[in-house]
Design a protein around this ligand. Structure first.
Ligand SMILES: Nc1ncnc2c1ncn2[C@@H]1O[C@H](COP(=O)(O)OP(=O)(O)O)[C@@H](O)[C@H]1O
Ligand SMILES: N[C@@H](CC(=O)OP(=O)(O)O)C(=O)O
Length: 815
């Protein structure tokens, strides 16, 4: 079976499965805040949902906040009550009228009028008894509206009020009674419909309306997944994933592409608004996949929550909560402290210091609870600031760093969370945006994960990999670099969790699968690395054609491959522009001169303000060897066959004799020096006579002696004037006119190009500052060790540049 067939079969199998399995999609209030947002959600449902999926919705925008405010006004008998109700009703009416046809709008409008009437009745008579009923209107309206829009525009959809089936049996921990809830839901289900369920609300065993707590719709979504045995839950929100700190306040926060379950749970517990504290509870069996994505930018890969390897476990984040209460009591030292912590689900507790941190609204309950134990307690307003990461309490260095960064703050205590996944500082003052940014910076500044993909495992590729483990251990700039991909033209091994660089080749032998461009492209679009570097050590034009795609994804390219750098001018300019637009680095110092620093020298001269006017030299190790060695004592073809045997030439020596390789190298250097020209602008003398051009390699080798007369004549002519022959590349600019040529030249024996070690390259640069006395670089211009070394030098340069790059989050939903 070919790889393509395999992929096709897998896709078909996946689709068939998807038809039978349910997926749950939860849209938060921010995703449903306006007509435009709801239009976007409808598009997402069209593209990402199938019949029988479940959609869980929160109240539109800030409706729940508005309902809380209305309730408060009623309690305080505030004169603003009427106005607030009218505002909320108008906002709902606007959504209804802008999204639905006249008939449906009229129907929903009449329900709304009824609901407002009912709300007013509850508000005027014992509002406390109906607090949850009043809050429930938000989700009720939102679900009713979306199901109507879907019915009109997308597919049959039914609306379900979760209170009709979702029963919780414990109000403290919001435990679900699945034995009642599941059959209740199944009884209401319509096959081949989308089901739109209200998030946030449920009922208790007495059929009284309850809520699942602020932000509780995430929990509703995972409960629905447990009830319906769903495969996947997607939380669609206004941010494209979970970040290392609240991206509204910390512009340098990093997206956490893969969040281990335990860490996600801890973030939710500490108040991260993207994840309700209980979100993961219904998914404890690990069969359902949880994913956070942005409804404002659905194509961006979000955050996956699940079980991951070491790399995901290294990520740290910083989170905070203000307006909390520190309760301190002698009696909290020991068992009672632990009991209190558990009873009140304290944000943090330390039974050795006798303290727990609770939310403000819990203060009264804690007082009452302690009164029963006849002990005294002191309450202090505090905030918490936590660093969260997998088993972070066991990482002494992280804890020390956290304490160090807080040394100028008023820290009352630093406590390890029971889960082990956070270290929490209790602060006597509210956590400011400045403090959050500073702590985040200190805790995460070194946390950048760079993925490395190596393409081409020939001679040089293998040497490059041999050198890699030592380089990783030796060079600080490579500290966060992880080898994640290896590929040849036929096979590929990608491991998102990293490939052990010391055993890269044997792992490739054992685990590589057929190379599939489509699979590679999809991985490149969704890889979890902050930066990705592809090192192209292939000779393949086809592989070089992927660079544009790489640059579009912001991927960096280091190449020994000459194709892209010598591509036709429009293509080359397009690549440069795309790389620039996406901050991709493109380095190819080994494309010319292998490890010799010719590219770096040119860049340096340009940086220093110099202007290059001439580049010339011997750029081919093969031609260098042939002409340095050829003295007429043996025919040229004998030397050529000897060079072939020694591996000095390409398998078909016409490749070298054609001068094409030298022509490309001259073009690359001229472009690097800032000139715009194409391959056709570089005149080329082909040393292979016409009659030998069309032959097969074998035929050419058998007839190689036909070239001897030409070279003998050239050499003899040169000898008559004490000169020699060399294949020279020359580029110069005079009065703005560019001349570029690669050809066999007759040179005086004193010429700098006349006496170099066979196989060496020589490069001569004339510039404004190196005019009379040109700059010369010479040395071995080919060979596996020097080329692999040159690639490593480029790799360090890219990683050093990346270390200085400060990413700033730009999130569509938050703009
Ligand atoms: N660490 C974090 N990562 C991502 N978003 C965060 C983080 N901390 C706070 N947020 C904020 O949480 C908000 C999403 O939560 P929420 O308002 O509950 O969304 P929704 O309305 O979709 O339920 C985002 O606007 C984001 O700014
Ligand atoms: N509407 C409720 C429930 C909820 O989860 O909302 P959101 O998904 O917008 O956080 C709240 O505001 O608390």
């Amino acid at each position: 079976m070919t790889q393509d067939n395999l992929v096709e079969q897998l896709t078909v199998a996946h689709n068939q499965l998807a038809k039978h399995a349910t997926n749950v999609h939860k849209f938060g209030g921010s995703s449903l805040a306006s007509t435009q947002c709801i239009e976007r959600v409808v598009d997402i449902i069209r593209q990402h949902c199938q019949l029988n999926d479940i959609i869980v919705v929160s109240a539109n925008g800030k409706t729940t906040d508005a309902l809380f405010a209305i309730f408060q006004c009623a309690i305080e008998q505030s004169p603003e009550l009427e106005e607030k109700i009218t505002q909320l009703e108008n906002m709902q009416s606007e959504l209804i009228n802008s999204l639905l046809n006249a008939a449906s709008a009229a129907r929903l409008q009449s329900y709304l009028t009824e609901d407002i009437k009912q709300m007013k009745a509850w508000l005027s008579d014992q509002p406390e008894t109906h607090h949850a009923d009043i809050l429930a209107f938000g989700e009720l309206w939102s679900a009713r509206l979306l199901s109507s829009v879907l019915n009109e525009r997308v597919c049959p959809a039914i609306f379900m009020d979760a209170r009709d089936f979702l029963v919780i049996d414990n109000e403290q921990e919001y435990n679900v009674d699945y034995s009642v809830s599941r059959p209740g839901f199944e009884a209401k289900l319509h096959a081949n419909h989308l089901t739109v369920v209200t998030g946030y609300i449920c009922r208790d065993s007495q059929s009284v309306t309850r809520t699942l707590g602020r932000n509780g719709s995430d929990y509703s979504a995972t409960i629905m997944a447990a009830i319906s045995h769903a495969n996947q839950v997607t939380l669609w929100t206004d941010v494209d994933g979970i970040y290392s700190a609240d991206p509204r306040f910390v512009p340098q926060s990093r997206k956490l592409h893969r969040l281990p379950n335990g860490v996600a749970k801890e973030l939710g517990r500490l108040g991260n608004p993207v994840l309700h504290a209980n979100t993961l509870k219904p998914l404890a069996d690990g069969k359902t996949h949880l994913h956070v994505a942005s409804s404002f930018d659905p194509s961006v890969p979000g955050t996956e929550i699940g079980r991951f390897g070491q790399l995901a476990k290294q990520e740290l984040s910083v989170t905070y909560l203000n307006d909390l209460i520190l309760a301190q009591s002698q009696s909290f030292i020991g068992d009672l402290g632990r009991e209190a912590g558990e009873t009140f689900a304290a944000l943090c507790a330390d039974e050795t210091q006798g303290l727990i941190v609770i939310r403000q609204e819990q203060q009264k309950a804690v007082s009452q609870w302690l009164a029963a134990h006849d002990t005294e307690v002191a309450f202090t307003p505090v905030s918490i600031l936590a660093t969260v990461g997998h088993k972070v309490t066991r990482q002494g260095n992280v804890k020390a760093k956290f304490k160090r960064t807080l040394r100028h703050q008023k820290v009352l205590a630093v406590v390890d969370a029971w889960s082990g996944h956070s270290v929490i500082a209790i602060l006597s003052e509210p956590c400011s945006v400045e403090l959050l940014n500073n702590v985040h910076h200190d805790m995460t500044k070194d946390a950048k994960h760079i993925g490395l993909v190596v393409a081409g495992l020939g001679n040089i590729g293998v040497k490059f990999l041999e050198m890699l483990p030592k380089q990783l251990a030796r060079i600080p700039a490579l500290e966060n670099l992880h080898l994640v991909g290896l590929m040849t033209s036929k096979k590929a091994l990608i491991n998102t969790d990293g490939i052990d660089a010391s055993h890269a080749l044997s792992l490739f032998e054992q685990h590589a699968v057929s190379f599939d461009k489509a699979l590679l492209s999809s991985w490149l679009k969704s890889h979890p690395y902050d930066e990705l570097i592809v090192v192209d050590i292939t000779p393949s034009e086809k592989f070089s054609q992927l660079y544009l795609e790489f640059f579009k994804e912001g991927i960096h390219v280091i190449c020994a491959n000459k194709w892209a750098a010598s591509a036709p001018t429009p293509k080359y300019n397009e690549l440069l522009a795309e790389a620039k637009a996406n901050n991709s680095q493109w380095l190819g110092s080994t494309t010319v001169g292998a490890g010799l620093p010719i590219n770096y020298a040119i860049q340096d001269l340009l940086k220093s303000g110099d202007q290059i006017c001439e580049i010339s030299g011997i750029f081919s190790g093969t031609l260098s060897w042939l002409f340095e060695t050829y003295d007429g004592s043996v025919p040229f073809s004998t030397l050529l066959l000897d060079a072939l045997e020694q591996g000095i030439t390409e398998p078909d020596p016409r490749e070298d004799l054609s001068g094409r390789d030298v022509q490309r190298k001259l073009l690359i250097l001229a472009r690097a020096a800032g000139f715009e020209l194409s391959l056709e602008d570089v005149e080329r003398q082909d040393l292979v006579p016409n009659e030998l051009q069309a032959m097969t390699t074998e035929e050419f080798l058998a007839n190689a002696s036909q070239i001897d007369d030409f070279f003998a004549t050239q050499l003899n002519e040169a000898k008559t004037s004490q000169a020699c022959i060399r294949y020279i590349a020359r580029f110069n600019v005079k009065d703005g006119k560019i001349k570029a040529k690669v050809s066999l030249e007759c040179l005086s024996k004193n010429d700098a190009f006349a006496t170099i070690t066979p196989c060496d390259n020589i490069f001569q640069i004339r510039s404004l500052w190196y005019q009379e006395n040109p700059l010369i670089i010479r040395g071995p211009g080919a060979g596996r060790d020097v080329t692999a070394g040159g690639l490593h030098s480029d790799l360090v340069t890219v990683c050093q540049n990346l270390a200085n790059k400060q990413a700033v989050v730009k999130i569509k939903g938050l703009e």
